[in-house]
Design a protein around this ligand. Sequence first.
Ligand code: GAP
Length: 513
Amino acid sequence: MANTEDFFKKVISHAKEYGYIFPSSEIYDGLGAVYDYGQNGVELKKNIREYWWKAMVQLNENIVGIDAAIFMHPTTWKASGHVDAFNDPLIDNKDSKKRYRADVLVEDYVAKLDDKIEKEVAKAAKRFGNAFDKAQFMATNARVIELKERGEAILHRLGKSLEKNDLADVKALIEELEIADPETGSRNWTDVKQFNLMFGTKIGATAEASVDLYLRPETAQGIFVNFANVQKTGRMKIPFGIAQTGKAFRNEIVARQFIFRMREFEQMEMQFFIKPGTQKEWYEHWKVKRLKWHLSLGMGEDNYRFHDHEKLAHYADAACDIEFRFPFGFKELEGIHSRTDFDLGNHEKYSGKKLQYFDPEENRSYVPYVLETSIGLDRMFLAVFSNALQEEALEGGDTRTVLRLPFVLAPTKVAVLPLLKKDGLPEIAEEIVADLKFDFNVAYDEKDAVGRRYRRQDAAGTPFCVTVDHQTKEDNTVTLRHRDTMEQVRIPISELRAAVAKAVDVRNWLTKL
Ligand code: GAP
């Protein structure tokens, strides 16, 4: 496609056109950074959630799941540090009156340096052809080294300033780098200020009796406050994990980029409770394991990279992101955080309840350390969806739009199409639907020429089309068409279920882990 901006617009319009994502309350002109999932979106989202849940809970004997409430006792957020420290550094442009996240302005500046590096690499790859060694080029080319070191130095300074809450230095950095308002080019900035991201609300029937609450900004705290409940009732032995998926809310001020940064979103988090002192090895363990989960979906090894945090969150002693190549560049998809005993320790302090584990091997009690994996379900949706959308040139100068979703995640697995709307073909097609629907989401489509129906299913991401034609009446066979290769094979109706299951069954995907 023409350029990344055009491509991203195409992603958004395709998501709407094919019933994946709609702006929230669109008839009232929508609500900023809030989106609804349509008939196909809800299925894709459910399949991603399930793929995560099975990989984390079902396949790990020592990980169990919970579903904690969104409303939590307000002291939770004092203990977790969110009341005091869950802030974004914001800066306003005095001319355009637009508000930005100061750290994102700087990170975007560094991303442009990364783009320059990629351009140098592409140029050299073209020049050297097959003899090109990317790793060697990156390690020795003076221009690449200079760009890389500059980017690292900028991020390091940003991280340190944010850690010390030295907002004057963040502004100084923006001025030194001559960063301008991305929309207007103005460099007339205000000072940087901190802004808390939690949404407040009230619980209770009368104004006098009501209590101030927050909508949870992460699901993790629902796990921490249930640590002792789960450990005791599940007789869990360290190391063990508790997983949860659910909504989280953040009053994101700079909420652009579609479902990448939303005000209401869903997280899939797992807290792994470990013996203090073992956090380094578990950190490495979960980095490897989570990357493997991503790679099992076959979305391209080159599209992922790790990024170590310069600025550690208030709870962490080590942290990194798994970044994905979104249409607007590499950005955080998942976080892996070594949270120490910060959360359990603070909840002990604020609640006065013991949140410890008696270790029979060591014959002592301690507050466990925690290793967290945290991924945004909507962000994963965007990664999967944008990576899948392709405009493909066909023989004869034609093009087709195809949504190459991993088969295991596709909302509808099979579309059944009678070649004609007569001669008993629709009846046979409906019989096939009636049988397959117990195993898969199946669509039935008899409108338009069969070629157009194939294109519709390709664009919706359906892995297989089954066509019922006149030969079916003679020998009970149908054609099975593959979305990606467009190849068609003729197979007996009795073999359809097994053929589709082989390609789409979650079992066959998870065994790659
Ligand atoms: N419990 C740790 C935690 O919440 P985080 O890095 O703030 O850490 C984890 O968030 C993940 O949640 C991110 O990697 C991202 O995928 C997702 N996420 C965070 N804020 C989001 C937002 N405003 N919209 C969509 N997804 C978001």
